[in-house]
Write a protein that binds this ligand. Structure first.
Ligand code: ADP
Ligand code: MG
Length: 173
């Protein structure tokens, strides 16, 4: 039995790289956003000020949104509109930092957000562990230095494995 080797096996579909600036993080988000489609769920995991909202800015730009992306910390969900190339689908930008208990989640109707008509990007998904869809793309962001961030794309489910692989091909080919 070699339990220690399990993480390496599971990590085969993951993508791990370093962003060297806020602008680069936004560009990464933009390239990812270009590839998103209706129903996609992204979970952005990482502490305060690590760059989650910057990544969302890029994602929204990649989807052709024209609205200003800001932190939804006080309203929990910001909604933007994708551009015509993405059939103007809604982009739900969720920040669950202020969720005190999972019971509160039912009042904001989180499940409806990923029921199908748009893309859902969630900051602080740890707060909603029990209700999140099993298939998703988790993006872990880690602070390395003032301007460097480690980014790890961890897909669950065949669709997201394919998304990461397509992203890898366009960005690192
Ligand atoms: N490589 C990087 N990627 C993203 N943000 C960075 C990076 N380097 C420095 N920063 C800074 O980190 C902060 C990230 O803020 P924000 O995106 O709001 O974080 P979060 O939403 O995770 O709290 C910004 O002040 C940004 O300028
Ligand atoms: Mg944020």
């Amino acid at each position: 039995m070699s339990d220690q080797r399990l993480p390496a096996v599971l990590a085969v579909n993951e993508l791990d790289f370093i962003s060297h600036s806020p602008a680069q993080t936004e560009r990464v988000g933009q390239r990812l956003g270009e590839q998103l489609r209706q129903g996609d769920v992204l979970l952005l995991v990482g502490t305060f000020g690590v760059g989650k909202t910057h990544l969302v800015k890029g994602i929204a730009r990649g989807l052709g949104a024209e609205e200003l992306v800001t932190s939804p910390s006080f309203v929990l969900v910001n909604e933007y509109r994708a551009g015509p190339q993405h059939r103007r689908m809604p982009i739900y930008h969720v920040d669950l930092y202020r969720i005190a208990e999972e019971a509160e989640l039912t009042t904001i109707g989180l499940e409806e957000l990923w029921a199908g008509d748009g893309v859902c990007v969630i900051e602080w998904p740890e707060r909603a562990q029990a209700v999140l869809p099993t298939a998703h793309l988790a993006i872990h962001i880690q602070h390395l230095s003032e301007t460097k961030r480690r980014m790890r794309f961890a897909p669950t489910g065949a669709h997201y494995v394919g998304l990461v692989s397509a992203f890898k091909d366009t960005v690192f080919a």
